[in-house]
Design a protein around this ligand. Structure first.
Ligand SMILES: *Cc1c(COP(=O)(O)O)cnc(C)c1O
Length: 818
């Protein structure tokens, strides 16, 4: 490698310099002039001009990481729900206003361009968004790290609502190109599948495999107000053979590209429908594809500056975001033992010093397992390695606890009941030095329930790191009005030290601040109302209480509890329209997994109820119901700042943490919620008097189940609830198809009501009455809203990342000098 001192043009960020850069990039980067340029071309040109200013920082950070031979974090996640990058980069670089003015000088409106950028929707929900917040915080705090994942060509499906039903269309987010990524064709690894294994003495070889290439695409992740940046490296599948030329020459065009297409499916789509065998197999291929490329990349990077593996664990921490990347464990063992000829014990020791794992669910049915038969077909060598790890592990269990057959059966990495399956969470725990839950409650329940045996086996292995969110995106970017109000009082430091917000308490009783706060929130409500009118024609009054439940549609999150209460409210208003009702707009948003029938039926019910309520002249503005389509990061940034009320109503013990709850509270919404996940810690931070807590606690849920829960009795004894449920059952909201919601009714009343919706209804109703009363007292409401914002310091993902860095990864922030 030669090293030449290159000369660069100095890129200033004055308005003039930016205007010239954007014009240059339009001409030389996009290939258009001002006459032919479409808005999208201007966006592209502006993005390139901003990107140029990021790249210098990126190079510098990367170089200093090498020079200082720092320990690096590899954050492995199947999902990164990043959303848009443009505005985020402008704020990180501190050039938002300059770029706005530069564009204005060219006759272009920044805001219009911002809304043209497609979301990078490479994730489903909370887990993927957490990974995106972590990248932002790692860069901002200066933790040397990489995100590693898959460059899905099609992100999360786009949701439209047609006749009240969810309709899914492909999200081809790369159509117009992605200026934030750099293709790295030279960073390319071969990924093997199938074949079989042979032993040569004490060596094993994996032979007769099929292959696909993994090619890297790098996205630069800017830190906020720092020169430090990080890299998100995403893998894209490339066929090892472009196409079958002889088939092509014989005119068989379809066969000529068949193999190429099949192998490249691996990075085509986020979460193929796993209700079919083919879908599950593709998902397993995806998981292996990305961790194999990542582990090969890790070893290559380490070997560039080290001659033997002795210091590997000092230089590398590998973090597993849930179990999806767990195959990284047997893959690294395979590479170290089979390819680099390390002794098994030495390799295993390194692995255990490097890996850590975050669990994201307490629901046993949501823990990932893989069919042994499928593994033996696709990854025969890895299955052998897993069996070997299991044999050693079960031996240790025996040494510690004696011959306890039941324990062995429960704790084994292989589930032997029925069709044999590998339990990925068990493998993750055995191989990791640290396992964490994502809220205090979740971490505690984790060691009491699903992993109780492991907690006895490895009492020091388990810990808690409560989730967080990045205040840059979720307050500074999403809510400009509220942010500038906070800036006026506190200055801008809260963006990197969120505890600063605590000082807002000084002004909670100050009428002037209270009014300004109320006005800032009101502006976000007006913004949302204007968008709703523009896009759907719906008229909503920003003076009404905006009540939001926005998150994936899932029975455990209990959108049904919310809509049941809407129906009861509707009936009550019809009974006595003259009473003083607190006007409400109840909004839902969220996607249902494409194979999850019940979730889709819930969406239809919400829309059918909305249709009825919104068109009832007796109801008027007292109650409106809306379903906002295509929930994603950008939609969240629009609607979360407009919320007065945040619904966080999962059955206690089911929501591991939640992060939507944090975003809403940070934007001054009051929470109506159960004592579940991070709601409990939010309650500690903002004060119970500033929330509406209701429902059974985890202990009470357990007790109720143990004594025999009888939902039908609740149905029979509460006439208003009975009426609402009967209306659902008898087609009151679906006269065109009276039995449409039969399953919903019976799930709640006759089939056990697994998520205890009816058990919590009465308490929910009381809490809702408190909400209505409090909203009429504007001052009291605003004071509580201020208390919510003020208490959110601890929920910055900077705090979360600092805890991971200190207690789990053992890495220090890098000081990037300029
Ligand atoms: C924060 C976020 C989530 C997670 O929301 P929860 O309420 O915690 O389930 C899901 N999707 C998007 C787009 C988000 O921004």
């Amino acid at each position: 490698m030669t090293s030449v001192d290159l000369e660069f043009e100095q890129l200033n960020s004055t308005v003039d310099a930016l205007r010239r850069s954007i014009s240059n990039r339009l001409m030389y980067g996009v290939g258009k002039d001002a006459v032919t340029a479409q808005p999208r071309d201007w966006l592209h040109a502006a993005e390139l001009a901003v990107r140029d200013r990021l790249v210098a920082r990126w190079m510098k950070t990367t170089r200093q990481q090498y020079e200082q031979d720092v320990k690096r974090v590899y954050y492995l996640s199947m999902e990164f729900l990043i959303g848009r990058t443009f505005t985020n980069a402008l704020l990180a670089l501190g050039i938002h206003d300059e770029v706005r003015d530069a564009l204005a000088g060219l006759g272009i409106d920044l805001n219009t361009l911002e809304n043209l950028e497609p979301d990078a929707a490479l994730g489903n929900g909370g887990l993927g968004r957490l990974a995106a917040c972590f990248l932002d915080s790692m860069a901002t705090v200066g933790i040397p790290g990489f995100g590693y994942g898959i460059r899905y060509e099609y992100g999360m499906f786009r949701q439209t609502i047609v006749d009240g039903n969810q309709v899914e269309t492909p999200d081809y987010w790369l159509r117009a190109g992605n200026p934030w990524e750099f293709p790295r064709p030279e960073v390319n690894y071969v990924i093997h599948f199938g074949g079989s294994t042979v032993r040569h003495g004490d060596r094993t070889e994996w032979i007769d495999t099929e292959h696909v290439n993994a090619m890297a695409y790098d996205t630069v992740i800017p830190g906020f107000a720092t020169t430090a940046t990080n890299t998100l490296r995403l893998w894209s599948a490339r066929a090892t053979d472009e196409f079958d030329l002889s088939a092509f020459n014989q005119g068989d065009y379809r066969r000529s590209v068949e193999a190429k297409n099949t192998s490249e499916h691996v990075s085509r789509l986020l979460y193929p429908d796993d209700s079919t065998q083919a879908g599950r197999e593709l998902r397993l291929r995806q998981e292996y594809f990305f961790v194999s490329a990542t582990m090969q990349d890790l070893i290559r990077r380490y070997q560039r500056t080290h001659t033997h593996f002795g210091r590997l664990a000092e230089k590398v921490a590998v973090h597993l975001n849930d179990t999806h990347p767990v195959l990284a464990i047997p893959e690294l063992m395979r590479l170290l033992v089979d390819t680099h000829h390390l002794p098994w014990d030495k390799a295993w020791k390194l692995v255990q010093q490097m890996f850590s794992y975050t669990n994201h669910t307490l629901m046993p049915e949501a823990l990932e397992t893989w069919d042994v038969e499928m593994l033996s077909r696709l990854l025969p060598r890895h299955l052998e390695i897993i069996f070997d790890i299991n044999a050693d592990f079960l031996k240790q269990v025996g040494e510690k606890f004696g011959r306890d057959v039941d324990l062995i059966r429960r704790i084994s990495l292989v589930d032997e009941y029925g069709q044999r399956r590998v339990r990925m969470a068990h493998l993750a725990i055995v191989a990791s030095h640290t396992v964490n839950g994502v809220s205090k409650l979740h971490s505690q329940l984790m060691t009491q329930n699903i992993f109780a045996d492991f907690a006895r086996m490895y009492p020091d292995r388990f810990t808690n790191v409560t989730n967080g969110i990045t205040p840059r995106r979720w307050l500074s970017q999403a809510s400009p009005k509220l942010s500038s109000l906070i800036d006026e009082r506190l200055g801008p430091r809260w963006r990197t030290d969120l505890f600063e917000l605590g000082r807002l308490r000084e002004w909670r009783d100050d009428p002037e601040f209270s009014k300004a706060f109320h006005d800032a929130k009101f502006a976000s409500k007006v913004r949302l109302a204007a968008r709703a009118k523009l896009e759907t024609g719906a008229i909503i009054d920003p003076n009404a209480l905006f009540d939001l439940q926005v998150k994936r549609i899932h029975e455990y999150k209990r959108q049904l509890l919310n809509i049941l209460h809407v129906i009861v409210r509707y009936n009550r208003i019809r009974e006595a329209p003259e009473k003083a009702w607190t006007p409400r707009v109840v909004m839902f948003a969220g996607k249902a997994a494409s194979a999850y029938k019940m979730a889709k039926t819930i969406i239809k019910l919400i829309n059918d109820v909305a249709e009825k309520v919104n068109n009832d002249p007796l109801i008027g503005d007292r109650l409106k119901v809306g379903f906002i389509p295509n929930y994603g990061v950008s939609v969240a940034e629009l609607i979360i700042p407009a919320a007065d009320l945040s619904q966080q109503i999962s059955m206690a013990g089911t929501e591991a943490s939640g992060t939507g709850n944090m975003k809403l509270a940070l934007n001054g919404a009051l929470t109506i919620g159960t004592l579940d996940g991070a709601n409990i810690e939010i309650c500690d931070a903002v004060g119970r008097e500033n929330m509406f807590i209701f429902g059974h606690s985890t202990e009470e849920i357990d007790a109720l189940r143990a004594t025999g829960y009888r939902p039908r009795r609740i149905y029979e004894e509460n006439p208003e609830l009975k009426l609402a449920l009967d209306q659902i059952r008898l087609g009151h909201f679906s006269p065109d198809q009276p039995h449409r919601f039969y399953d919903i009714f019976h799930t709640l009343v006759d089939w056990g009501d697994h998520y205890m919706v009816l058990a919590d209804f009465e308490s929910f109703d009381k809490a809702q009455a408190d909400v209505d009363a409090k909203f009429l007292d504007k001052e009291a409401w605003t004071r509580s809203a201020i208390e919510n914002v003020a208490g959110m310091g601890i929920f910055s993902s900077d705090r979360t990342i600092a805890e991971y860095a200190k207690h789990i990864w053992h890495v220090e922030p890098l000081s990037v000098t300029s």
